[in-house]
Design a protein around this ligand. Structure first.
Ligand SMILES: *Cc1c(COP(=O)(O)O)cnc(C)c1O
Length: 408
């Protein structure tokens, strides 16, 4: 088994590609012809593998899925038109009215809204402080089908009690789903803590360039689908490693159309080639920036798992290869941060995470504005919280930029 980056760089050419091309070409065809009519029937009846129609699968997308499976050390992956399409595929494919989900309360805001829609459709969702497995255990019901957590929560960087929740889910036969976007498979593989499914937003650090949206779900091979009640009968007859992704493919790609375009898959694959290098630079930039801010008298709080005073610092050190490139902080001047943001010349006032450029945003007034003060309170988001997604700029430029903005 080769290392992370070697594997990504050399994966396409493991299959013979026309002209010995090193990259999987962008296959734009929506439909496929066959040698003869019998082959068409065989492909549609799953007697033979092959492509049918672009909404269900595409060779360029398959090449990316194959890389994602290797990155996550899983058995199969499926791509979606965005990270949210991947999260939204979960209730579509795996839940029915009356089922119960336990979700971390520290959530990507849009995922929280999606769970609300799911509740409106008859699923019960319990939000718990997932930094302690006891809260997950206390919320269990006989109808609990799924536990959903993010690795490091955005923006306050709380870390779920990943190992213990994984053990609990294993003991109860419950599907454990981990959104790995904030860590990426380079820093952490949720399979190691017993996750059955792993979500990644491909829009973020896996691409890095911010040109396309994409999302994925990887089946780690850990979960036993045989006992899961909501898998359709024809999928339950398939080999175990295909059941999760084929249930997702039927419900959310074939029936719902949330498919990734081949052009987007190609651009994501290009970005993924350099992700390890970019993440290393982002993480080292982040530590330097965090240390500087933490020591600054104008800064009242810094939230980053790499800091010794972070409540889950020990867990992060144990589980993750590094502490990531997202942190948040508060200025002593409180929620009047507009002038500070305007003084920055390199860090851009913008949403988004894992980009090559450093992005900064006050969260209560923007991405978490719509949900209101009460829910923000539950998630630990104060009005003065500012989130930073650290890019790959030269570290001295970044430090100087923040220094001069703080000094003014
Ligand atoms: C951004 C993000 C998503 C959604 O991804 P998109 O590609 O923007 O749809 C889901 N989960 C987390 C943790 C994210 O940061």
């Amino acid at each position: 088994m080769t290392g992370f980056t070697t594997c990504i760089l050399h994966n396409d050419r493991q299959q013979l590609i026309e002209h010995y091309s090193l990259h999987k070409p962008v296959h734009t065809s929506v439909t496929y012809g066959y040698k003869d009519a019998q082959e068409l029937l065989d492909v549609f009846q799953n007697k033979k593998s092959g492509y049918r129609y672009g909404r269900q699968s595409n060779p360029t997308v398959t090449a990316l899925e194959d890389k994602l499976t290797k990155m996550e050390d899983g058995v199969a992956s499926l791509c979606f038109s965005s990270g949210m399409a991947a999260v939204g595929a979960l209730p579509l494919a795996f839940l029915k009215a009356g089922d119960h989900v336990i979700s971390s309360v520290f959530l990507f805001g849009n995922t929280r809204n999606l769970w609300q829609t799911t509740i409106d459709l008859g699923v019960k969702v319990s939000y718990v402080d997932a930094t302690d497995v006891k809260n997950v255990q206390a919320a269990l019901l006989p109808t609990t089908r799924m536990v959903f957590v993010e690795t490091i929560a955005n923006p306050r960087t709380q870390i779920a009690d990943l190992e213990k929740i994984g053990e609990l889910c294993k003991a109860r036969g419950i599907l454990f789903v981990v959104d790995n976007t904030m860590t990426s498979p380079y820093l952490f593989r949720p399979k190691a803590v017993g996750a059955g499914l792993v979500i990644n937003s491909l829009t973020k650090v896996i691409s890095g360039h911010g040109h396309v949206l994409g999302g994925s779900i990887t089946d780690t091979g850990v979960f036993n689908w045989a006992n899961f009640p909501n898998i359709t009968a024809n999928v339950q007859n398939q080999p175990m490693w295909q059941r999760g992704v084929n249930q997702l493919r039927a419900k959310s790609l074939r029936d719902f159309g949330a498919c990734l375009s081949p052009d987007a898959a190609h651009q994501i694959a290009i970005g993924a080639e350099t992700m390890a290098l970019r993440i290393e630079r982002q993480c080292s930039n982040t530590i330097r920036l965090v240390e500087m801010l933490d020591a600054d008298p104008g800064v009242s709080a810094v939230y980053y798992p790499g800091l010794k005073n972070h409540p889950q610092h020990a867990l992060a050190t144990q589980l993750f290869a590094a502490y990531g490139s997202i942190f948040s902080f508060e200025l002593k001047t409180g929620n009047n941060c507009v002038n500070f943001l305007n003084r920055l010349n390199i860090a851009i006032s913008a949403t988004h995470l894992g980009d090559n450029r450093t992005l900064i945003i006050p969260v209560a007034q923007t991405i978490f504005f719509e949900m209101g003060a009460e829910r923000r309170g539950e998630m630990g988001i104060s009005d003065s919280l500012i989130r930073v997604s650290v890019g790959i700029e030269d570290p001295s430029d970044l430090l100087k930029d923040f220094q001069q903005a703080l000094a003014d």
